[in-house]
Write a protein that binds this ligand. Structure first.
Ligand SMILES: [Zn+2]
Length: 121
């Protein structure tokens, strides 16, 4: 017999089992933890989605002020969330290009960005 601790976040009780790999005290707790993990992922997606929209608003505000070049520090001070970035493209100058709505943020160095409006070719 093994003494294990149930992995379900709202249980965490010790239980006895003959199966060394068993993580949950019962099938119900296994299912509930699985549901909770999916819900965590969903909540995280919502937070990221909101951060992305906030990022777009910040970049739109900068374009309104005709700011086309900005440092990462200034962006962070304005509440820009770099964690909400999508996977960047690489342009022909080997710079990382992040797209936020109709705006491109191009990494011209490790600390500075250029802001461009997406134009269809
Ligand atoms: Zn349990």
């Amino acid at each position: 017999m093994f003494i294990k601790t149930c992995t379900y976040r709202y249980c965490l009780k010790d239980f006895e089992t003959k199966i060394s790999k068993q993580k949950y005290c019962c099938i119900r707790h296994k299912n509930q933890e699985s549901y909770q993990m999916k819900n965590d992922d969903y909540q995280y997606e919502i937070i990221l989605q909101k951060a992305r929209l906030d990022n777009i608003k910040i970049l739109e505000g900068l374009l309104d002020l005709e700011v086309y070049r900005i440092s990462a520090i200034e962006l962070t001070k304005m509440g820009f969330n770099f964690k909400a970035a999508i996977v960047p493209d690489i342009n022909d100058k080997k710079q990382e290009v992040f797209r936020y709505g109709y705006i491109y943020l191009i990494a011209i160095s490790t600390t500075e960005f250029k802001i461009n409006i997406v134009t269809d070719k």
